[in-house]
Design a protein around this ligand. Structure first.
Ligand code: 4AD
Ligand code: MG
Length: 480
């Protein structure tokens, strides 16, 4: 075992004997880069970060410094004489010294400090984030401005960032164009009236003759789909991935007022099967990438936040997703030896309890439910013209514990049917541009949207959607 005396020798050796102090400019390394150095032969480095622990042992000071680049922190060893007076856990520091092979088995390298500078002090007593005890997500949610300093939230943010990159890579590799669809829009794509209307805060921006800043009522987008459809009039495959907004007064663990949606749209597609295949491929490919790139971060969730989730996810990834029609789903629910709060009935929406039962019934494997009643779904979905139980070519992907993860459909590409539906809704004038898409070189087309936060909940096993987004917004809550 490496004793204190021996460590002192290392400190002396590294800090004075090897090189004159200013001979080599120290290289600024991120903690993750430092941890990955294979052959650390007294490399002069500088690390910036936040102190996760401070421990003084006789003449040796041990620090753990983290800069968000990795779950693991870098161990710094120093002569206690180098300890700044205001060094404390939580403070921001800059440490300069030599990277050496660590004598401990737990880590490959450690930094023997030449200097430690406290950049910002930390009031340890008042600081709500602690590292020795694991704090619950419920507790951390009270501090949206500070919780990214906890291991759990910093792991989540790294996973979120990798998953975002993996989604972009998936679509790029499959030949999709990435499009920035607008955040401000004059339509309510889903037609559910769940839009936030936009108005200038200053009165003078509106005038009496023209009460609308944009001349028409404008909203925060609920979906980029209609704009993506315009793009697939010229590009066969396109996707968008951005914030979407819903004014739903819901307090469920699966709803936010602002969430991120991945939306894909493809031209020359006339079967729901093709859309389902892209959803399944996207889920599996992105999850595979996240699991390999964020092994330790995902491990933290699977070990401490949702024990059992790792096995559930493995089961999902190795299974073929199941498909069933809405009518079959209703039959299964009606036969269920289970008393539902909402009686399942053809023509009524599937409730959370129904979705949960269907996934359980399918052995906790994701299930595609397709061909929903015409009257339940938005105007843009393709009419199956199959009365008396009239359906549209819609598909939802239901996943364990979460319920609906993706929603998609074939779009109504027949001008006459679309026009008469919009006319019945009194919306023909508002959607002239949308009708024109069917007039000028239209194609059979379709697409889907996947809720990004629900996706993260699904792979990590996080109960509340508020814990998978940095700054959650929901009804009656917009902190910061
Ligand atoms: O099913 P939705 O409403 O579908 C659409 O918006 C389509 N226009 C998408 C498309 O075809 N391009 O929403 C898609 C997904 C849902 O399945 C769900 O995962 C997520 O978005 N979602 C929400 N996530 C968090 N909070 C909310 N309030 C959400 N509403 C929908
Ligand atoms: Mg939906």
């Amino acid at each position: 075992m490496f004793g204190v005396r021996c460590l002192r020798l290392v400190l002396r050796h590294c800090s004075s004997a090897v090189l004159p102090k200013h001979a080599v400019a120290a290289k600024l390394l991120r903690v993750q880069e430092a941890l990955e150095v294979q052959n650390p032969t007294n490399m002069d480095v500088k690390v910036q970060g936040w102190v996760r622990s401070v421990r003084s042992q006789k003449e040796i000071l041990f620090l753990h410094v983290n800069d968000g680049s990795s779950l693991e922190s870098l161990q710094v060893v120093a002569d206690t004489g180098l300890e700044p007076r205001d060094l404390a856990f939580g403070s921001s520091v800059e440490v300069q010294g030599k990277l050496i092979k660590s004598p401990y088995q737990r880590q490959n390298v450690e930094l023997v400090a030449d200097s430690i500078r406290v950049v910002g002090t930390c009031d340890v007593v008042a600081f709500p984030v602690k590292y020795k005890t694991r704090q619950t997500l419920d507790y951390l949610r009270q501090f949206p401005h500070l919780r990214c300093r906890s291991n759990t939230l910093s792991a989540l943010l790294r996973i979120r960032s990798e998953a975002t990159a993996a989604i972009h890579a998936f679509f790029k590799d499959h030949g999709y164009l990435h499009v920035h669809t607008p955040i401000i829009t004059s339509n309510d794509c889903e037609g559910a009236g769940e839009v936030f209307q936009l108005k200038p805060a200053t009165k003078d921006a509106d005038s009496e003759e023209n009460p609308h800043f944009f001349n028409v009522p404008a909203f925060l987008t609920v979906s980029g789909q209609l704009h993506l459809e315009a793009i697939t009039g010229a590009f066969t495959k396109a996707f968008t991935f951005g914030p979407t907004f819903r004014a739903e007064n819901s307090h469920s663990r699966r709803h936010l007022s602002e969430f991120y949606m991945v939306e894909a749209e493809f031209a020359f597609v006339d079967s729901l099967q093709e859309i389902m295949q892209v959803m399944e491929d996207l889920f599996k490919k992105v999850t595979g990438t996240v699991l390999s790139k964020c092994l330790h971060d995902v491990g933290l969730f699977h070990k401490h936040v949702a024990p059992g989730q790792e096995g559930k996810l493995e089961h999902i990834l190795k299974s073929r997703f199941i498909t069933m029609s809405y009518s079959e789903a209703i039959e299964i629910l009606k036969r269920a030896p289970h008393v539902f709060t909402y009686k399942p009935e053809w023509g009524l929406d599937l409730q959370r309890e129904h979705e949960k039962y269907l996934v359980e019934h399918c052995g906790e494997i994701p299930v595609f439910v397709f061909n929903y009643p015409y009257d339940l779904k938005p105007f843009y979905m393709r009419d199956n013209e199959d009365g008396p139980r009239h359906t549209v070519a819609a598909v939802d992907l239901l996943v364990p514990d979460i319920g609906e993860l993706c929603g998609g459909s074939l779009r109504e590409d027949r001008l006459d049917l679309l026009q008469s539906r919009l006319r019945r809704m009194g919306q023909e004038d508002n959607y002239q541009w949308y009708l024109e898409l069917r007039q000028f070189g239209s194609t059979p087309h379709g697409g889907f949207g996947m809720g990004f936060e629900r996706y993260l909940q699904c792979i990590l096993g996080v109960e509340s959607i508020k814990d998978v987004i940095p700054f959650p917004r929901s009804s009656h809550s917009c902190v910061l």
